[in-house]
Design a binder for this molecule. Sequence first.
Ligand SMILES: [Zn+2]
Length: 136
Amino acid sequence: MEQQKQDDAGGKEECLLCRVTYSIFSTFPPMPSAMALNIETDEFFPLDTLRSYSTGYEMADAQGYAWACNCRERASNRFDEQFTLRDATGKQLARIRYRLRIGSRVVAKGVTDSVGRTQRISTGDAKRLSIDVATS
Ligand SMILES: [Zn+2]
C-alpha cells in the first residue's frame, strides 16, 4: 500500500506571529526612504519591500524572525511558551496589557487572563523574547 502525500492548499491557518506581522506592515503608509532591519543578519533593507509581500510570513522572514512562525503547515519543533506575569510581590497580574518582543520588534500583544497568563507563543529561542507590561 502506498500513501501519497497530499499538498493541502486550502484551509491554511496563519499563526499569531504572521497575522500580527501582516497587520502591522500591511497598513504602513508608503515610506520610500524608510529602512527595515533583518535582525538575523543585521542588514537594512527598504521598508517598502515589506509592504509588497502578501503574507505575514514573508514579512517576518525578511526581518529575520520567521523561525518564530508557528503556522500549522510550518509547525515543527518550536519552543512553546506561556508566561505567567507577576508583580514584585508575586501576585499574578490579571487582565493587564502586555507586549512580547524579539529585539525591538513586537511579535505579539494582548491582555493577560484572569490568572495573569499570556497567550501561548512559539519561538525558536525563548531567550530572545522580552515582555513589556503596561502598568498603571
Ligand atoms: Zn506563521
